[in-house]
Design a protein around this ligand. Structure first.
Ligand code: ZN
Ligand code: ZN
Length: 263
């Protein structure tokens, strides 16, 4: 797979994930938040330029290099059939994302950047792209290292990115799922209700439900907090007002603040 194929497939996955979340928000709204599209859309554009310039399709490049150099678990030991490798790639990279997210809440320096994501006064699909470029840049080495250590194929990486993007837009959606379906889905997948709880203004809720795709990691590492679309959640930062301007949100890492207490 070439870098341009990788970018095209990833772009199509992004549009599909956005359309799905927007449709569900319209069909089954939770709080009818209007969303912070102006600020969050600006973050998306800034990140597209910054990460595009620094990395582009670098995850694909690293996967191709690992393949040709025989680096990484899957290339060193031919233990698993290709289909199982794809599934393990998604699981492993989702676990890395869980660990990174948890570190962002634990380490004061990382929290300064990550709290920009939590400073959204609303919780809608647009929150899914509200990340400070500093946070994305800091996460890059770990993500690339994980791809190389695993020996993930370019197809595995792009499949993970599509699943991750769909899950990211879905979990941030202003969506109220039917309760029986939601309860069933929460055995496997992070639902909007679970992640909405993670965006709560209470410290104790903020330090739960760190997963993006699968719910297993929160259950396994005891950070799982059940939640349902019936519960009302006030979103934002516990120790300061939300940021409703781009300038304020971009400069938030420089402001004083409390690192989140450990879960
Ligand atoms: Zn968080
Ligand atoms: Zn979030």
């Amino acid at each position: 797979m070439s870098e341009s194929d990788f970018q095209t497939i990833r772009g199509a996955g992004f549009l599909f994930a956005l359309a799905l979340a927007l449709s569900l928000q319209r069909l089954r709204p939770y709080a009818r938040w209007s969303g912070s599209w102006r600020v969050n859309g600006s973050f998306w554009i800034v990140n597209l330029v910054v990460i595009g310039a620094v990395c582009g399709a670098c995850a694909c490049t690293v996967a191709r290099w690992a393949e040709s150099a025989g680096v990484g678990l899957f290339h060193r030991f031919s233990l698993f059939p290709p289909a199982l490798q794809l599934l393990l790639t998604i699981l492993a990279l989702d676990l890395v994302s869980y660990a990174w997210h948890r570190a962002n809440h634990r380490i004061g320096f990382l929290w300064r950047f990550h709290r920009v994501h939590h400073s959204d006064p609303a919780f809608t699909a647009s929150t899914a792209v509200r990340f400070h470029p500093g946070e994305l840049l800091l996460s890059l080495p770990l993500r690339l290292l994980a791809v190389a250590a695993l020996g993930a194929s370019p197809a595995g990486v792009v499949l993970f990115e599509i699943v991750f993007t769909i899950a990211n837009f879905f979990e941030h959606g202003d969506i109220s799922l039917p309760l029986t379906f939601e309860r069933l889905l929460q055995h496997l997948w992070i639902t909007p209700a679970l992640h909405r709880r993670h965006h709560s203004r209470r410290w104790s809720d903020l330090n739960t439900n760190f997963g993006t795709v699968f719910v297993f990691w929160d259950r396994l590492f005891h950070t799982y907090l059940p939640s349902s679309s019936e519960e009302r959640v006030t979103v934002g930062l516990p120790d300061r007002p939300s940021c409703s301007s781009l300038r304020e949100a971009l400069l938030l890492p420089l402001a004083a603040g409390t690192p989140t207490p450990s879960p």
